[in-house]
Design a binder for this molecule. Structure first.
Ligand SMILES: [Zn+2]
Length: 101
């Protein structure tokens, strides 16, 4: 598992999880109930964390969280390596080639 996001804002973390799930990435929220212990633990220990279940999803997950799922369109196939890529990416997630190159 890899941590891809953390925040004190539970709603933000759940939103991020929904974004990932919409992108087909399985994710889990950690420390969801720890925030009630605020004041007893250092604040950095109380952030709610979002983890992807598969390590190999981390790069895609970070791209999704950074760019958002708003760019909809048809999936495309990388000309360099033939990998099928999600429409919101401008680069191949596998080999890094630019879309349409
Ligand atoms: Zn590629």
């Amino acid at each position: 598992m890899q941590r891809v996001y953390s925040s004190f804002n539970l709603a933000a973390v759940h939103h991020a999880k929904n974004v990932l799930q919409a992108g087909g990435i399985r994710a889990a929220v950690r420390n969801e109930h720890l925030s009630s212990a605020m004041g007893e633990l250092p604040p950095a220990e109380c952030q709610i964390e979002l983890w992807v279940l598969r390590d190999e999803d981390r790069v895609r997950a970070e791209a999704l969280l950074r760019d958002g799922p708003q760019k909809r369109g048809a999936a495309w196939r990388c000309a360099a390596c033939g990998e099928a890529c999600e429409p919101q990416f401008t680069q191949c997630w596998k080999c890094g080639a630019e879309r349409g190159s």
